[in-house]
Structures are given as structure tokens and as C-alpha cells.
Design a protein around this ligand. Sequence first.
Ligand code: NAD
Length: 551
Amino acid sequence: MSGPRPVRAPRGTELSALGWQQEAALRMLQNNLDPEVAEHPDKLVVYGGTGKAARDWRSFDAMVRTLRTLKQDETMLVQSGRPVGVMQTHEWAPRVLIANSNLVGDWANWEEFRRLEQLGLTMYGQMTAGSWIYIGTQGILQGTYETFSAVAAKKFGGTLAGTITLTAGLGGMGGAQPLAVTMNDGVAICIDCDPRAIERRIEHRYLDVQADSLEHALQLAVEARDARRPLSIGLLGNAAELLPRMLAEGAPVDIVTDQTSAHDPLAYLPVGVDFDDMASAAAKDPAGFTTRARESMARHVEAMVGFMDAGAEVFDYGNSIRGEAQLAGYDRAFAFPGFVPAYIRPLFCEGKGPFRWAALSGEASDIAKTDKAILELFPENESLHRWIKMAGERVHFQGLPARICWLGYGERDKAGERFNDMVASGELAAPLAIGRDHLDAGSVASPYRETEAMLDGSDAIADWPLLNAMVNVASGASWVSIHHGGGVGMGRSIHAGQVTVADGTKLGGEKIRRVLTNDPGMGVIRHVDAGYDIAESAATERGVRVPMREG
Ligand code: NAD
């Protein structure tokens, strides 16, 4: 009988599938639903509002069953979280091909999506939820750490010491914010309306303390700021109420952002609804709830703009809150920028992005060994060294031990090949699953986030993620996915993911070399095509072929 139950990936070297490529997919699917990893495992929801790993429990069981018997020359096809076919392919082909939440353009809105979801025809795959490479909050921690480092470099002399950051949302992704701020030596006030989200982040040591009230939060923040002592403070409440209040009271805030689930109006708590009644109110009247949530988001964004006008550094952290506020009629919603054009695009131009890997052995010592290998491979990269050291000390593993760090073109393949050698030599206890977020250099079209304000105006061109998925299939990735609507919601993004397994074989090594060269290579060529000088230099220096630059 299919139904909710605790799921945990097997550990160790005993295979329950016919090979490590299939075993890796099986373990990573199960790992996404591990109660330590997933936000609502009983509903198959991994993170990001309603981002799921499987459509329903029957589909989950069918995928597990199929992966256990899938041969080395077979490929399982997954349509929005349900396995729909097994086809004979070949050894270089991915073992799993995934398409999640895709809708034809004119139908690509939440209303139609929910209608189809209700009929059991689709599911929301978010980014790494439906493509089985979510590694818990650490996954976003590195990106958030990079972003706050860039804010520090741009505006505060390279450190957040002596500053106060105000944000909301302590969920699967947003929960990384407090630790990312304190890793940059700053003070953070983090609002969430769900007491469990606050408790969970304190338990995982991502958040330091919870304040009893707004006054208490400000008092703690100012004391820590004045002592230039890093501190993160959780505050229970509704951001749409608290931000306008803080602005009106002149709260001394230096940086403002937000990671509530604004991309999905049914996952954002409107003012006037109690948190305990949120789910039933959203289910009873989705249209009315959406209107109220958008109105609240408009007040929330208006307060963010107010803080910007008062001199704070304000940015949208990729959750579509500006778009939703605009839909509610607030006309200055886009007065502040998204985080990608503001801080991250120069990294994307060099193919840099969130490279990650998980130890299928379940052994933390495997990750410690890979950390050491990364430090040896890139001795000159100081911020990478700082991150790996801090991550080793402060990151609490959720599910299978895993690590993330941002590496670019010419770096990821080196790391991947070294990892494969470490598996082959027996230095690591078992193979690694090497993947990345969909939020990467050349794998996403998302005009409110990764491709906002592209130099050539190509923000909404979605050919790039499709080419990215195809090149990863052609290069030998273990599983490849194409999704719609992740991060910013229906109609607003198309993106692709890949995972490649370091299984210690010669063939595995060949695949890794190609995939981990071509995948970040998409970032370089995408930004060369859009006219970015940094990408041009990266292509020239590292020998990336771009036909339009030749001849
Ligand atoms: P989540 O659903 O796990 O958590 C959202 C949190 O917001 C919940 O804890 C919820 O209680 C809280 N919340 C909702 N309404 C609120 C309100 N009015 N006031 C205070 N708290 C409220 O989502 P997540 O995985 O943390 O993702 C958050 C958002 O960030 C999503 O929109 C996601 O798409 C986006 N995101 C951004 C990036 C990035 O790189 N910047 C990456 C992934 C996701």
C-alpha cells in the first residue's frame, strides 16, 4: 500500500540497483524525502513552497521499483514526478530523463497549473526537488554567502561587521540567510510566521537566537552591531506587518531582502490570516487568498522601497515578490534590483555557479576527504578556502553528507575527475553524486532572476536551458531534467539540471570530464552571446569555442 511513511536513502556499498548510476538516482530520490532534508516529507514536498520529488506515493514507489531493476542500457522517463516509460538507450545515455511542470506558453500560469495538478496530471518540481539533488539548506548557503559577501564588497568595505540585515523567510532556502550573514560577520533579523521554521533553524545552528518581540529583536541587533559581533535573530510574525512598522519607527537597518515563498501566492501568509489557518484558508478560496497575499506583498515591497529610499541596500532575492506586488498594483515594485544583475552575473560569465556533491556512502569522512582535495586543487582561491573551512566547521549535514562550493569553467571537471580517482582508488568509501542547482550560469531563463536585465535584452529567451539539457544528455550525465516555473513561479522560468555519478570507473571519468566541461561552458557561451566582456575574456583564456567569434 502506497502512503506517507519516513523515507531514508540506504548507506554503504551494498547495491539495491543493478549499477551505481541507477543506485545514485535511487538514493538521491530517497534522500530528497529524508525528514532531515525535506520540509514536508509526508506530502513529498522537499522545499520552496510545494516543490516535490515525486507526484504521489504510488509514483514514488514505481520509481523506486523501476530504478532497482533498470539496466545499464535503459533509461527511465519521468513526467512531472511520475515514471511513464522505460526505453532501451545505451551506456552513455542518462539513466533517468525528467521533465517537470512544463506547460505550453499561453497556459503557463498558476491557475491552469493548479487545475491540472488537481487532476493528478502534473506536479511542481521547483528546481532540485524534482530533479533529486537537493542537499538541504547548505545548498543555498554557499550562494547566499557569496551574495552577502558581494554586498559587503560593494557597499560596506568587504565585511558586514557593524551592519544590520533585515529579511524574512526561514524555510528550506531562506533558512540559509542568518548563517550567511553571520559568516560575513554581520547581524541579521529574520522574520518568519511559522514558529517551527524558527525552531528548526536554531536546532540546525543556522540561527542563533529567537527574540520575544520586535523591540527585543532591535535591542539585541543594535547591541551586537555596536560590538561588531555577528548575531542572527529570529522574529515570529508576518513580514507584511512588521516591515512597514519597522520602517515607520526608523529601525536602523542597512540591508533589506526577502525569502518568503512569494513566488507562490498560496504559500505567502496574508495580513489578517492566522498562520494556523493558512492552509485551510488557501484551500477553501485560492483566488481570494491569492488576492489578499498579493495585497500584503505590495505592502511588504512598499516598505522595502521605503528602506531603500532611506539609504539601505535593498535587493530581491529571487522569489518574485516584486512581480507579485506589481500585480497587486504597487507601481514602484521594481525600484530595487534582483540579486543576479546586482551581484552574481560576473561569476556566471566565467561559468561559476553552485557545484555540489553528495557522498552515497553516507560517511561524513568522505566529504572531509573531498574538502581536502578541493583545497589542494585550488590553492590560490582564498574565498573558496574560507568557505570550505567554515562549512566544515559550521554546516550540519542533512541526509546524505554533501558539500557545495562555487566553481567555474575549467575547475568543475578537474574536481570531478579527482573525485572519480578517489572512488577508484578506494580512498572514498563509495561513489559520489555530482550535480548542481538549476540556478547556474547557463542553465536557466528567468527574467526576474538569473536572466534579469541581460545586456542584449535576451532575458526571456529560453533556448539556452534547453540546449543546456541537450548537451548534458549528449555528454553522458547520469540524469538530466528540464523544468518550468522553479524559483519564481509559473510562466516565469525554464531551467535545466544534471547529475553525474563519480563511480570510479574509466567510463564514469570520461563522462565526468565532458559533462563538467560542457555544462559550465554553457554559462560562458550564453554570456559571450549576450555581449559580456568578462565572458569574452573567459572564452579566450580558456579556449571555449564560439563560432560567431571565429573566422
Ligand atoms: P519555503 O516555503 O520553504 O519557506 C518560506 C517561508 O516563508 C516559510 O517558512 C513561511 O512560513 C514564510 N512565510 C510565508 N509568508 C510569510 C509572511 N507573510 N511573513 C513571514 N514569513 C512568511 O521556501 P524556501 O525554499 O525557503 O524559498 C523561499 C523563496 O526563495 C521562494 O520563493 C524560492 O523560490 C526563492 N528562492 C530563491 C533562491 C535564490 O537563490 N535566491 C533560490 C531558491 C529559492
